[in-house]
Design a protein around this ligand. Structure first.
Ligand code: ADP
Ligand code: ASP
Ligand code: MG
Length: 425
């Protein structure tokens, strides 16, 4: 079968005209390859669309102004990329903006998550229309592909679940004949979005474009995936917090999924499984220095423990739940407690239990947590502690533990052979 690559370009790599030109130049570096290019919304456009949705929901009157700002942002990039906007691009965008204007004319009163997906998905639709037209304009022949028709999902808006059988069949049916026809070697499609049916767009959860790349790669048995980032690859810490972070040049799928799970936000946690299942190597590379090799994620575990890595999640709250009558916390209580967490959509980052106490570390979110704490308080004695940091260290050494915890007050500590975690103040 034909060897295909999947490239994913995130928001930072298409945030202005210059970065769109850079994407084109990276594609030109791979002129021998057949590539599915998955692109996110430009810059911070997903947040901007979320703002429009929120305004329509809260009936504040600024939704229309915000939509205009979004239109101007894209308009500016288009004006720098083209001497004259290609007619088909202009009319496609006009149709999208008209539809959006219609949608937000009246406040959203029902099905907020459904409306979220119908509105916010346009960030990816618009960015891919622009990039595809620009590539065409400079002579890089390509086809724009609508991911809503290929990535088939359930109706769980904002966190849709992929129907793998349908998705794989659709992606193969659309892309294999296209590439085999030799018409061109590039297809451009959207990250983050899918479709429950032909009328209902869904999204896969924030930051989901990495996952989309894995979905396409899995479906096509791609030879590799590259996700192009504003960092040299996967580092042993977030360089925004630790400027001296070091590059991990090769880690295993297992190590990558653990890092992502603990909160290393450089890769979406769902990305790894489909690639691991088909043994497809994942490269995390710099769009600033595309000739550098970056990080290779594959089956090889040899280098996993060479460099300790750490993840710091700030703004954590520790919730301590105890029985009112000094009774033990037993399975019945735990199942009831977990139920409350699930009902309020609160994700648990760390937990620990003792005889009469159950403690849980979660992301701070006053609104969500207020409801949860109210419910729990009906039955239990509930206290909390905030703001804390959750520090996770993989392949820890005494030195690194000391460095990250010195002069701090450790509230919870958990150790396994490879990982140590602290909730600290
Ligand atoms: P995208 O443009 O694809 O959406 P993201 O912003 O989601 O990219 O991911 C890249 C960012 O992830 C980097 O700018 C970096 O600050 C952050 N990051 C967090 N942890 C790590 C890590 N361990 N290694 C590299 N980058 C990290
Ligand atoms: N644009 C989406 C987001 O910002 C998806 C992504 O970029 O991965 O969440
Ligand atoms: Mg991202």
């Amino acid at each position: 079968m034909m060897a295909m690559k999947v490239f994913k370009f995130g928001g930072a790599s298409v945030k202005n005209a210059e970065s769109v030109r850079n994407v084109a130049s990276i594609l030109k570096m791979y002129e021998e390859s057949t590539i599915v290019v998955i692109i996110s919304a430009m810059g911070k456009m997903t947040n901007a669309f979320e703002g429009i949705w929120k305004s329509a929901l809260l009936r504040d009157k600024t939704a229309k102004e915000q939509l205009q700002a979004v239109q101007e942002f894209h308009g500016q990039i288009i004006s720098e990329l083209f001497e004259e906007t290609p007619r088909s691009l202009a009319s496609q965008l006009e149709a999208i903006y008209n539809e959006l204007e219609d949608r937000i004319k009246n406040p959203i009163t029902a099905k907020p998550n459904y409306f979220y997906d119908q509105i916010v998905s346009n960030g990816e639709i618009i960015s891919t229309l622009i990039v595809s037209a620009y590539l065409q304009h400079i002579g890089v022949s390509n086809r724009w592909i609508d991911a809503r028709k290929l990535v088939k999902t359930d109706y769980n808006y904002r966190e849709a679940k992929v129907d793998w059988n349908k998705t794989r069949a659709q992606i193969k049916a659309e892309l294999l004949p296209y590439f085999e026809s030799g018409e061109s070697r590039i297809a451009v499609s959207q990250g983050f979005i899918g479709g429950a049916d032909h009328l209902n767009t869904t999204t896969l959860g924030r930051e989901g474009s990495d996952y989309s790349a894995a979905i396409f790669a899995y479906s096509l048995d791609a030879e590799q995936v590259s996700i192009w980032k504003d960092v040299p690859g996967v580092l042993n810490a977030d360089p925004r917090q630790y400027p001296n972070a070091e590059l991990l040049s090769n880690i295993s799928y297992k190590e990558a999924v653990e890092l992502a799970y603990y909160g290393a936000s450089v890769i979406h946690p769902k990305t790894i499984q489909p690639l691991q299942n088909k043994n497809i190597p994942l490269w995390v590379k710099s769009f600033v220095e595309p000739e550098k090799s970056g990080t290779l994620i594959d089956n090889n575990t040899a280098a996993d423990s060479l460099i300790p890595s750490f993840i710091v999640k700030q703004n954590q709250r520790l919730i301590s739940i105890a029985t009112r009558d000094f009774a033990f916390i037993v399975e019945d209580n735990l199942s009831d407690i977990f139920h409350h967490f699930a009902n309020h959509g609160v994700k648990i980052n760390i937990m620990q239990n003792s005889a009469i106490n159950f403690s849980v570390g979660v992301d701070e979110d006053e609104q969500k947590l207020e409801g949860l704490l109210n419910d729990l308080s009906n039955q239990y004695e509930v206290r909390y502690n905030t703001p804390l940091d959750l520090v996770t260290i993989r392949h820890f050494t005494p030195e690194i533990v000391d460095e990250l915890t010195k002069n701090r007050n450790i509230i919870v500590e958990q150790r396994t052979r490879n990982t140590v975690r602290f909730l600290i103040r």
